[in-house]
Design a protein around this ligand. Structure first.
Ligand SMILES: NC(=O)c1ccc[n+]([C@@H]2O[C@H](COP(=O)([O-])OP(=O)(O)OC[C@H]3O[C@@H](n4cnc5c(N)ncnc54)[C@H](O)[C@@H]3O)[C@@H](O)[C@H]2O)c1
Length: 349
């Protein structure tokens, strides 16, 4: 792989207003020694103008993706656009001969994910999924506690983002045909956390999806995916706008202890800083009582550092197309299970 000056020339597509997230990709790329940001692309003239004002002249800003893809010095493109555009834009970038990173969720359907993976193989270019929130301070601390055996054998994991509110506005995130559904946004992080923590294949998925309120919003009001793993672990991921009772973000049971975490302070500074000091603790409960355990640092630059290690030094892609497709498999299979009223064996385990 020949990279100019040994650095990966990068472009970011999508410089959106909602979380300034395309802007964050630019900052993370710039924070990696082995990467160089060369271009930003947003088809919206206002966003393109903002990007021009925020980045020096050495970063080219364009409204036309074809213009960006025609450049020989761009090795890698990061796609940071609405969910229903991911498959089409990623395939376009791969076919133009660019390594491609796409923000979560990888796409909306399993066949789309497979087509993206096949496009990457055909082009001989890498495809990676930006599940950077594996590096949140609380997630890193919880994972470490499990790996150190503090819970004994983990057999039950619950992740919940629930509350009671009317999702308002006309954002694309609320429109199922663009977003994929309620669970595709936060839920795709939660599913990735679970899949990256449980060292087992999935055996069966059960979904409970509800559309009972908020008629002007086409996303579901509550969605739940229950995963039975082949090693016996059960994971329940719930997202709801109809929950007056509330639940902790994380609740993990093991044979020798349990973890409860509300996530408070874990991602302070997210979408502003490249990394975060994450003030906060999770609760470890065992035979000795309850103990507050400090979060680790939130270290979101790591994702692109690991991508650079993959492209330059042959390390494993941190989250591959196949990893991303497992997340999409849970999302789509849970919905199908809910419609059919039965548990289903996932196509990709
Ligand atoms: N990893 C995370 O923690 C995290 C956080 C926020 C958002 N995201 C993800 O980032 C992605 C984008 O979300 P967002 O909130 O930034 O959306 P957004 O709507 O704010 O921004 C999307 C931008 O993409 C531009 N765009 C769309 N199609 C384009 C095209 N063909 N060429 C050029 N520009 C195009 C739009 O003009 C818009 O400015 C989503 O996948 C979302 O889930 C991830």
């Amino acid at each position: 792989m020949a990279f100019r000056d040994g650095k990966i020339g990068c472009a970011v597509v999508g410089y959106g207003p909602t979380f300034n997230f395309g802007g964050m990709h630019c900052k993370w790329i710039e924070a990696v020694e082995d990467m160089r940001l060369l271009a930003i692309c947003d088809r919206d003239p206002e966003r393109a103008a903002l990007a021009r004002s925020e980045w020096p002249e050495t970063v080219d800003v364009s409204q036309d993706l074809d213009e960006v893809l025609a450049r020989d010095d761009i090795d890698m493109v990061s796609v940071v656009t609405a969910h229903n555009t991911h498959a089409r834009l990623v395939i376009k970038c791969l076919e133009a001969g660019k390594h491609t990173i796409v923000d979560k969720p990888m796409c909306i359907t399993i066949p789309e994910a497979t087509t993206m993976i096949e496009a990457s193989h055909r082009a001989g270019k890498s495809l990676g999924i930006f599940h950077n929130r594996r590096h949140d301070g609380n997630v890193r601390a919880i994972k470490e506690a499990i790996e150190q055996g503090l819970l004994g054998q983990v057999f039950d994991i619950e992740l919940s983002a629930t509350g009671y509110w009317h999702p308002g506005g006309d954002a694309w995130r609320l429109r199922k045909e663009v977003s994929g559904g309620l669970m595709y946004d936060w839920g795709s992080h939660a599913i990735d956390w679970v899949l990256s923590m449980v060292p087992s294949q999935m055996a069966e998925i059960t979904g409970f999806f509800y559309k009972l309120m908020w008629p002007e919003v086409t996303n579901e009001d509550q969605t739940q995916a229950i995963i039975r793993f082949e090693n016996g672990t059960c994971a329940k991921i719930t997202q709801s706008t109809l929950d007056y009772a509330g639940k902790p973000l994380w609740r993990i049971l093991g044979t020798e202890g349990a973890i409860v975490d509300g996530g408070g302070g874990a991602i302070d500074g997210y979408c502003k800083e490249v990394s975060g000091p994450s003030g906060g603790t999770f609760t470890l409960i065992n035979s000795e009582g309850r103990k507050e355990m400090p979060y680790k640092e939130s270290d979101w630059v790591t994702h692109y550092r690991d991508v650079a290690d993959h492209l330059l030094r042959g390390a494993k892609m941190p989250v591959s197309g196949e990893d991303g497709r497992r997340v999409i498999t849970v999302l789509q299979t849970a919905e199908r299970s809910s419609k059919e009223g039965r548990s289903l064996v996932p196509e990709y385990k």
